[in-house]
Design a binder for this molecule. Structure first.
Ligand code: AMP
Ligand code: MG
Length: 341
Protein backbone atom coordinates (compact mmCIF):
# COMPACT_ATOMS: atom_id res chain seq x y z
CA UNK A 1 0.00 0.00 0.00
CA UNK A 2 1.08 3.51 -0.70
CA UNK A 3 -1.17 4.90 1.88
CA UNK A 4 -1.23 2.56 4.80
CA UNK A 5 -4.49 2.48 6.65
CA UNK A 6 -4.41 2.14 10.38
CA UNK A 7 -6.93 -0.66 10.64
CA UNK A 8 -9.06 -1.48 13.60
CA UNK A 9 -8.03 1.50 15.71
CA UNK A 10 -10.26 3.13 18.16
CA UNK A 11 -13.06 0.62 18.44
CA UNK A 12 -14.88 1.31 21.67
CA UNK A 13 -18.47 0.22 21.83
CA UNK A 14 -18.91 -3.51 22.08
CA UNK A 15 -22.09 -3.53 20.01
CA UNK A 16 -20.14 -2.30 17.01
CA UNK A 17 -18.69 -4.91 14.71
CA UNK A 18 -15.94 -4.72 12.19
CA UNK A 19 -16.62 -6.07 8.69
CA UNK A 20 -13.66 -6.13 6.38
CA UNK A 21 -12.89 -7.60 3.04
CA UNK A 22 -10.25 -7.42 0.36
CA UNK A 23 -10.39 -8.18 -3.33
CA UNK A 24 -8.01 -7.70 -6.21
CA UNK A 25 -9.75 -5.23 -8.55
CA UNK A 26 -8.39 -2.52 -10.90
CA UNK A 27 -4.94 -4.13 -10.71
CA UNK A 28 -4.77 -3.42 -7.02
CA UNK A 29 -5.82 -4.76 -3.66
CA UNK A 30 -9.05 -3.06 -2.61
CA UNK A 31 -9.54 -3.25 1.13
CA UNK A 32 -12.83 -2.13 2.65
CA UNK A 33 -13.51 -1.93 6.36
CA UNK A 34 -16.95 -0.99 7.64
CA UNK A 35 -17.94 -0.72 11.27
CA UNK A 36 -21.58 -0.98 12.23
CA UNK A 37 -23.93 -2.69 14.64
CA UNK A 38 -26.03 -4.72 12.25
CA UNK A 39 -24.23 -7.70 10.75
CA UNK A 40 -26.61 -8.17 7.84
CA UNK A 41 -26.47 -4.48 6.89
CA UNK A 42 -22.69 -4.39 7.26
CA UNK A 43 -22.10 -7.41 5.04
CA UNK A 44 -24.55 -6.17 2.43
CA UNK A 45 -22.92 -2.73 2.32
CA UNK A 46 -19.50 -4.32 1.95
CA UNK A 47 -20.68 -6.40 -1.00
CA UNK A 48 -22.28 -3.39 -2.70
CA UNK A 49 -19.09 -1.38 -2.35
CA UNK A 50 -17.02 -4.15 -3.97
CA UNK A 51 -19.62 -4.44 -6.74
CA UNK A 52 -19.09 -0.74 -7.51
CA UNK A 53 -15.33 -1.23 -7.90
CA UNK A 54 -15.90 -4.17 -10.25
CA UNK A 55 -18.42 -2.19 -12.30
CA UNK A 56 -16.10 0.79 -12.77
CA UNK A 57 -13.20 -1.54 -13.55
CA UNK A 58 -15.27 -3.11 -16.31
CA UNK A 59 -16.17 0.29 -17.76
CA UNK A 60 -12.68 1.74 -17.70
CA UNK A 61 -10.17 -1.10 -18.04
CA UNK A 62 -8.03 -0.97 -21.20
CA UNK A 63 -6.46 -4.35 -20.67
CA UNK A 64 -9.03 -6.64 -19.10
CA UNK A 65 -7.79 -9.88 -17.61
CA UNK A 66 -9.45 -12.90 -16.06
CA UNK A 67 -13.21 -12.68 -15.75
CA UNK A 68 -13.28 -9.19 -17.27
CA UNK A 69 -11.60 -10.42 -20.45
CA UNK A 70 -14.42 -12.84 -21.14
CA UNK A 71 -17.26 -10.41 -20.42
CA UNK A 72 -18.59 -7.93 -22.97
CA UNK A 73 -16.16 -5.07 -23.72
CA UNK A 74 -16.46 -2.04 -21.46
CA UNK A 75 -16.83 1.60 -22.49
CA UNK A 76 -13.14 2.48 -22.77
CA UNK A 77 -12.45 -0.59 -24.94
CA UNK A 78 -15.38 0.38 -27.17
CA UNK A 79 -14.33 4.03 -27.40
CA UNK A 80 -10.74 3.13 -28.26
CA UNK A 81 -11.86 0.47 -30.73
CA UNK A 82 -13.99 3.03 -32.55
CA UNK A 83 -11.34 5.78 -32.71
CA UNK A 84 -11.53 7.53 -36.09
CA UNK A 85 -14.70 5.61 -36.92
CA UNK A 86 -17.74 6.56 -34.91
CA UNK A 87 -19.05 7.94 -31.61
CA UNK A 88 -19.81 5.29 -29.00
CA UNK A 89 -22.75 5.22 -26.61
CA UNK A 90 -21.44 4.96 -23.05
CA UNK A 91 -22.69 4.85 -19.47
CA UNK A 92 -23.36 7.93 -17.37
CA UNK A 93 -20.36 6.98 -15.19
CA UNK A 94 -17.99 7.07 -18.14
CA UNK A 95 -19.27 10.47 -19.29
CA UNK A 96 -18.83 11.83 -15.76
CA UNK A 97 -15.27 10.52 -15.44
CA UNK A 98 -14.35 12.04 -18.80
CA UNK A 99 -15.99 15.39 -18.06
CA UNK A 100 -14.20 15.76 -14.73
CA UNK A 101 -10.90 14.76 -16.34
CA UNK A 102 -11.42 17.30 -19.11
CA UNK A 103 -12.16 20.00 -16.55
CA UNK A 104 -8.80 19.43 -14.87
CA UNK A 105 -7.03 18.96 -18.20
CA UNK A 106 -8.07 22.50 -19.09
CA UNK A 107 -7.17 23.87 -15.63
CA UNK A 108 -3.70 22.29 -15.74
CA UNK A 109 -3.00 23.18 -19.34
CA UNK A 110 -2.93 19.51 -20.30
CA UNK A 111 -0.67 18.22 -17.51
CA UNK A 112 -3.49 15.75 -16.92
CA UNK A 113 -4.53 14.23 -20.24
CA UNK A 114 -6.67 11.09 -20.59
CA UNK A 115 -5.66 10.68 -24.26
CA UNK A 116 -2.23 9.54 -22.97
CA UNK A 117 -3.01 5.94 -24.13
CA UNK A 118 -0.66 5.77 -27.16
CA UNK A 119 2.28 6.99 -25.06
CA UNK A 120 1.57 4.49 -22.28
CA UNK A 121 1.56 1.78 -24.96
CA UNK A 122 4.90 3.03 -26.25
CA UNK A 123 6.56 2.55 -22.88
CA UNK A 124 4.84 -0.81 -22.47
CA UNK A 125 2.68 0.13 -19.49
CA UNK A 126 -0.39 -1.99 -19.82
CA UNK A 127 0.41 -4.69 -22.32
CA UNK A 128 3.57 -5.43 -24.25
CA UNK A 129 7.26 -5.18 -23.54
CA UNK A 130 8.59 -2.36 -21.41
CA UNK A 131 11.45 -0.50 -23.04
CA UNK A 132 12.67 3.04 -23.70
CA UNK A 133 11.11 4.08 -27.00
CA UNK A 134 13.03 6.02 -29.66
CA UNK A 135 12.30 9.75 -29.91
CA UNK A 136 10.56 9.21 -33.27
CA UNK A 137 8.22 6.68 -31.70
CA UNK A 138 7.42 9.12 -28.93
CA UNK A 139 6.71 12.00 -31.29
CA UNK A 140 4.48 9.78 -33.44
CA UNK A 141 2.48 8.74 -30.38
CA UNK A 142 2.43 12.29 -29.04
CA UNK A 143 0.67 13.51 -32.20
CA UNK A 144 -2.28 11.38 -31.02
CA UNK A 145 -2.31 12.85 -27.51
CA UNK A 146 -4.58 15.87 -27.10
CA UNK A 147 -7.48 16.03 -24.67
CA UNK A 148 -9.05 18.87 -26.69
CA UNK A 149 -9.85 16.44 -29.50
CA UNK A 150 -12.08 14.21 -27.36
CA UNK A 151 -15.72 14.69 -28.35
CA UNK A 152 -17.91 13.86 -25.37
CA UNK A 153 -21.61 14.60 -25.73
CA UNK A 154 -23.36 14.31 -22.34
CA UNK A 155 -26.76 14.91 -23.96
CA UNK A 156 -26.44 11.96 -26.32
CA UNK A 157 -24.24 10.02 -23.90
CA UNK A 158 -21.60 9.44 -26.56
CA UNK A 159 -17.82 9.72 -26.76
CA UNK A 160 -15.76 9.95 -29.93
CA UNK A 161 -12.03 9.95 -30.57
CA UNK A 162 -11.75 11.56 -34.01
CA UNK A 163 -8.39 10.11 -35.11
CA UNK A 164 -7.50 6.46 -35.65
CA UNK A 165 -4.91 5.36 -33.13
CA UNK A 166 -6.08 7.70 -30.39
CA UNK A 167 -6.86 5.98 -27.11
CA UNK A 168 -8.19 6.91 -23.71
CA UNK A 169 -6.36 5.79 -20.58
CA UNK A 170 -8.34 6.46 -17.41
CA UNK A 171 -5.69 4.93 -15.13
CA UNK A 172 -5.13 8.29 -13.42
CA UNK A 173 -8.76 8.81 -12.39
CA UNK A 174 -10.81 5.59 -12.45
CA UNK A 175 -9.89 4.39 -8.96
CA UNK A 176 -10.88 7.72 -7.45
CA UNK A 177 -14.22 7.69 -9.23
CA UNK A 178 -14.88 4.09 -8.16
CA UNK A 179 -14.02 5.15 -4.62
CA UNK A 180 -16.57 7.99 -4.64
CA UNK A 181 -19.28 5.70 -5.97
CA UNK A 182 -18.43 3.00 -3.42
CA UNK A 183 -18.59 5.58 -0.62
CA UNK A 184 -21.96 6.73 -1.94
CA UNK A 185 -23.20 3.13 -1.75
CA UNK A 186 -21.91 2.74 1.81
CA UNK A 187 -23.60 5.97 2.89
CA UNK A 188 -26.87 4.95 1.26
CA UNK A 189 -26.64 1.66 3.16
CA UNK A 190 -26.48 3.70 6.38
CA UNK A 191 -22.78 3.19 7.15
CA UNK A 192 -21.29 5.80 9.49
CA UNK A 193 -17.73 4.53 9.88
CA UNK A 194 -15.68 3.05 7.06
CA UNK A 195 -12.24 3.08 5.59
CA UNK A 196 -11.45 2.07 2.03
CA UNK A 197 -7.96 1.61 0.66
CA UNK A 198 -7.45 0.87 -3.01
CA UNK A 199 -3.70 0.89 -3.59
CA UNK A 200 -2.80 4.43 -2.66
CA UNK A 201 -6.33 5.74 -2.90
CA UNK A 202 -7.94 6.02 0.54
CA UNK A 203 -11.31 7.27 1.71
CA UNK A 204 -12.21 7.86 5.34
CA UNK A 205 -15.99 7.78 5.75
CA UNK A 206 -17.07 9.53 8.93
CA UNK A 207 -14.83 9.07 11.94
CA UNK A 208 -13.53 6.06 13.77
CA UNK A 209 -16.18 4.66 16.10
CA UNK A 210 -14.66 6.59 19.03
CA UNK A 211 -15.29 9.88 17.22
CA UNK A 212 -11.63 10.47 16.39
CA UNK A 213 -10.56 11.00 12.77
CA UNK A 214 -9.17 8.03 10.88
CA UNK A 215 -5.39 7.96 10.65
CA UNK A 216 -3.67 7.06 7.43
CA UNK A 217 0.04 6.79 6.79
CA UNK A 218 1.79 8.36 3.81
CA UNK A 219 4.36 5.84 2.63
CA UNK A 220 8.04 6.62 2.36
CA UNK A 221 8.53 6.68 -1.42
CA UNK A 222 11.99 5.16 -1.07
CA UNK A 223 11.40 2.63 1.69
CA UNK A 224 8.61 0.13 1.42
CA UNK A 225 6.66 -0.15 4.66
CA UNK A 226 8.03 3.01 6.29
CA UNK A 227 5.83 6.03 6.85
CA UNK A 228 6.80 9.66 6.25
CA UNK A 229 3.76 11.22 7.86
CA UNK A 230 0.37 10.42 9.32
CA UNK A 231 -2.76 12.10 8.03
CA UNK A 232 -5.92 12.63 10.08
CA UNK A 233 -8.95 12.20 7.87
CA UNK A 234 -12.69 12.52 8.23
CA UNK A 235 -15.11 12.33 5.30
CA UNK A 236 -12.35 12.86 2.83
CA UNK A 237 -10.08 11.14 0.38
CA UNK A 238 -6.30 10.97 0.26
CA UNK A 239 -4.74 9.78 -2.98
CA UNK A 240 -1.06 9.14 -3.61
CA UNK A 241 0.82 8.93 -6.89
CA UNK A 242 4.41 7.72 -6.95
CA UNK A 243 7.25 6.81 -9.26
CA UNK A 244 7.54 3.44 -7.49
CA UNK A 245 4.01 2.15 -8.16
CA UNK A 246 4.65 0.96 -11.71
CA UNK A 247 8.08 1.18 -13.29
CA UNK A 248 10.92 -0.65 -14.96
CA UNK A 249 14.63 -0.01 -14.87
CA UNK A 250 17.00 0.18 -17.77
CA UNK A 251 20.72 0.92 -17.37
CA UNK A 252 20.14 2.07 -13.83
CA UNK A 253 17.42 4.56 -14.73
CA UNK A 254 13.89 4.24 -13.38
CA UNK A 255 11.17 4.61 -16.00
CA UNK A 256 7.85 5.00 -14.27
CA UNK A 257 4.23 5.34 -15.33
CA UNK A 258 3.47 9.05 -14.91
CA UNK A 259 4.11 10.81 -18.16
CA UNK A 260 4.41 14.49 -18.93
CA UNK A 261 2.14 14.90 -21.98
CA UNK A 262 4.26 17.82 -23.20
CA UNK A 263 7.31 15.56 -23.68
CA UNK A 264 5.94 12.02 -23.79
CA UNK A 265 8.50 11.11 -21.12
CA UNK A 266 8.48 10.54 -17.36
CA UNK A 267 7.73 13.54 -15.14
CA UNK A 268 10.80 13.78 -12.92
CA UNK A 269 10.47 16.80 -10.67
CA UNK A 270 8.65 14.84 -7.95
CA UNK A 271 8.75 11.27 -6.69
CA UNK A 272 5.48 11.27 -4.76
CA UNK A 273 2.34 13.36 -4.50
CA UNK A 274 -0.55 13.02 -2.07
CA UNK A 275 -3.76 14.99 -2.48
CA UNK A 276 -6.48 15.34 0.15
CA UNK A 277 -9.96 16.41 -0.96
CA UNK A 278 -13.60 15.63 -0.32
CA UNK A 279 -13.87 14.02 -3.73
CA UNK A 280 -11.66 11.00 -4.41
CA UNK A 281 -12.13 11.59 -8.15
CA UNK A 282 -10.62 15.06 -7.81
CA UNK A 283 -7.87 13.87 -5.48
CA UNK A 284 -6.94 11.08 -7.90
CA UNK A 285 -6.81 13.36 -10.92
CA UNK A 286 -4.87 15.97 -8.98
CA UNK A 287 -2.29 13.58 -7.54
CA UNK A 288 -1.34 12.64 -11.10
CA UNK A 289 -1.59 16.22 -12.39
CA UNK A 290 0.59 17.66 -9.61
CA UNK A 291 3.17 14.96 -10.21
CA UNK A 292 3.46 16.26 -13.77
CA UNK A 293 3.36 19.95 -12.81
CA UNK A 294 6.24 19.55 -10.33
CA UNK A 295 6.78 21.32 -7.00
CA UNK A 296 6.75 24.96 -8.08
CA UNK A 297 3.85 24.99 -10.55
CA UNK A 298 2.09 22.25 -8.57
CA UNK A 299 2.11 24.15 -5.28
CA UNK A 300 0.95 27.42 -6.78
CA UNK A 301 -1.82 25.57 -8.63
CA UNK A 302 -3.09 23.58 -5.66
CA UNK A 303 -2.86 26.41 -3.11
CA UNK A 304 -5.54 28.18 -5.15
CA UNK A 305 -7.93 25.21 -5.11
CA UNK A 306 -10.43 25.47 -2.25
CA UNK A 307 -10.81 22.40 -0.04
CA UNK A 308 -7.75 20.70 -1.50
CA UNK A 309 -4.50 19.90 0.28
CA UNK A 310 -1.30 18.35 -0.99
CA UNK A 311 1.99 16.84 0.15
CA UNK A 312 4.61 16.85 -2.60
CA UNK A 313 7.94 15.04 -2.24
CA UNK A 314 10.86 15.80 -4.53
CA UNK A 315 13.84 13.60 -5.46
CA UNK A 316 15.93 15.73 -3.07
CA UNK A 317 13.67 14.55 -0.20
CA UNK A 318 12.24 18.04 0.16
CA UNK A 319 8.57 17.99 1.15
CA UNK A 320 6.11 20.77 0.26
CA UNK A 321 2.82 20.94 2.15
CA UNK A 322 -0.14 23.21 1.47
CA UNK A 323 -0.90 25.57 4.35
CA UNK A 324 -4.38 24.19 5.06
CA UNK A 325 -3.11 20.63 5.53
CA UNK A 326 -0.43 21.23 8.17
CA UNK A 327 -2.82 20.70 11.10
CA UNK A 328 -3.88 17.31 9.77
CA UNK A 329 -0.32 16.01 9.35
CA UNK A 330 2.17 14.49 11.77
CA UNK A 331 5.63 13.86 10.36
CA UNK A 332 7.42 10.81 11.70
CA UNK A 333 10.89 12.19 11.07
CA UNK A 334 11.85 8.92 9.34
CA UNK A 335 13.83 8.73 6.12
CA UNK A 336 15.56 12.12 6.19
CA UNK A 337 12.73 14.09 4.61
CA UNK A 338 12.75 17.85 5.11
CA UNK A 339 9.75 20.15 5.04
CA UNK A 340 10.19 23.30 3.01
CA UNK A 341 8.44 26.66 3.36
P1 AMP B 1 -1.96 7.62 -10.72
O1 AMP B 1 -1.39 6.42 -10.11
O2 AMP B 1 -3.33 7.97 -10.30
O3 AMP B 1 -1.04 8.81 -10.66
O4 AMP B 1 -2.17 7.32 -12.26
C1 AMP B 1 -1.14 6.96 -13.11
C2 AMP B 1 -1.76 6.39 -14.33
O5 AMP B 1 -2.41 7.46 -15.04
C3 AMP B 1 -0.78 5.79 -15.32
O6 AMP B 1 -0.58 4.41 -15.07
C4 AMP B 1 -1.52 6.04 -16.64
O7 AMP B 1 -2.51 5.06 -16.81
C5 AMP B 1 -2.18 7.37 -16.41
N1 AMP B 1 -1.36 8.55 -16.74
C6 AMP B 1 0.00 8.66 -16.83
N2 AMP B 1 0.36 9.93 -17.10
C7 AMP B 1 -0.79 10.65 -17.17
C8 AMP B 1 -1.10 12.03 -17.43
N3 AMP B 1 -0.15 12.93 -17.64
N4 AMP B 1 -2.41 12.39 -17.46
C9 AMP B 1 -3.39 11.49 -17.22
N5 AMP B 1 -3.17 10.18 -16.98
C10 AMP B 1 -1.90 9.77 -16.94
MG1 MG C 1 -4.35 9.73 -10.13
Amino acid sequence: FVLIACAGCGQKSTSLQDFSGEEFIMNTLVRIQVICEDEEKGRKALKQAFDVFRKIDHLTNRFPEGELATSSPGDVLNINGSAGLKPVKVSVDTVRIIQRSQYYARLTGGAFDITIGPIMDNWGFGKGIQYVPADEEISRALSLVDYRKVEADPGKGTVFLPEPGMSLDLGGVAKGYAMDEAVKALREAGMKHALINAGGCVYALGTRPDGEPWRVGIQDPRSNGDIVAILSLKDSAAVTSGDYQRYFEQEGVRYHHIIDPSTGKQARDLIQTTVVAESATDADILSTALFVLGPRRGMSFVEDLPGTGAVLIGPDKLVSVTAGLIDQLTFTGNGGYQIVG
